[in-house]
Design a protein around this ligand. Structure first.
Ligand SMILES: [Fe+2]
Ligand SMILES: [Fe+2]
Length: 281
């Protein structure tokens, strides 16, 4: 688990998502990432599909950072030969993370002890419910609408919601239990909200595949940054690295992405986004 830092004033909270380690070049680049033993690292989902690959990432990175925090992306939850699917696969990955000393959305929320704190770090697993679709598209039409531009997410084939009846039902259950935990936090302390999916529809800008929006989050979380005192919100999934501001809150999209979406010449280190202490403004 966490090691005491050599110098607490130099600790950083870093974040990256969408490592997609099934790509050999992404895996090789991660293997070459230098250690930063004072820093904490957030992995905001889409590490890999196979549990063995996720374990390799956890083992490599937990040796190089003081603490790792992981939330699942859709790719981790895909049904592949190992690990089944649905909630059972999520639980398998939570167990795997714990074996490696990695914090998950099922663990007590840690307090950030370094510069920029105190802040409660809130890893969340919320999924999506198709509510980011445009207003003129009915829910029952959303697949046909996306299919017209070949934008249907592979989750429709690969992400089982079992034992829930649908991914919508799973999403709403996850939002309800997460919200109950957020409501129970000390109201005097700020938070860092961490989720694979963006919390607001107006942060989804994916011009290459505009009809992918239904698989990108839920409008249930639209105001969570205000309700739950977020200092910053960390997400991935879009593979479009950005920093946005809403209501004075910093929203960080921290994807690495597939090999064509980043510059391997630079290595992965420059893609680690500093969340805390963060930019001085
Ligand atoms: Fe991804
Ligand atoms: Fe994703």
């Amino acid at each position: 688990m966490s090691r005491p830092p050599a110098d607490p004033t130099r600790m950083r909270l870093l974040a990256i998502s969408d490592l997609h380690l099934s790509s050999p070049s992404n895996f090789a680049a991660l293997a070459a990432l230098p250690a930063a033993p004072d820093d904490w690292l957030i992995l905001a989902g889409d590490v890999a599909e196979h549990p063995d690959k996720v374990r390799q990432a956890f083992e490599m990175l937990s040796a190089r950072f003081a603490r790792l925090i992981w939330v699942p992306g859709n790719h981790e939850l895909w049904t592949v030969s190992a690990g089944g699917g649905g909630e059972a696969k999520y639980r398998l990955l939570v167990d795997l993370a714990r074996e490696c000393g990695v914090l998950t959305p099922e663990d007590p929320y840690p307090l950030w002890p370094g510069p920029g704190g105190p802040c409660v770090l809130v890893p969340m697993f919320l999924l999506y419910d198709y509510s980011f679709r445009p207003a003129h598209v009915a829910l029952e039409d959303v697949l046909d609408w996306a299919r017209e531009e070949r934008a249907v997410c592979a989750d429709e084939m690969l992400l089982s919601p079992a034992p829930f009846a649908s991914r919508i039902a799973w999403c709403h259950a996850r939002c309800a239990l997460t919200q109950a935990r957020l409501e129970a936090l000390d109201p005097s302390v700020e938070t860092i909200l961490i989720n694979h999916y963006p919390l607001r529809a107006d942060l989804v800008r994916i011009p290459r595949i505009p009809r992918f929006t239904p698989w990108c989050g839920t409008t249930l979380t639209e105001d969570w940054h205000r309700r739950y005192r977020a200092r910053a919100v960390v997400s991935g999934h879009l593979h479009v690295r950005r920093t946005d501001w809403r209501d004075g809150v910093r929203f960080e999209e921290v994807s690495l992405g597939y090999p064509r979406q980043w510059d391997p010449q630079r290595g992965i280190a420059p893609y680690l986004r500093e969340i805390l202490p963060g930019p001085s403004d």
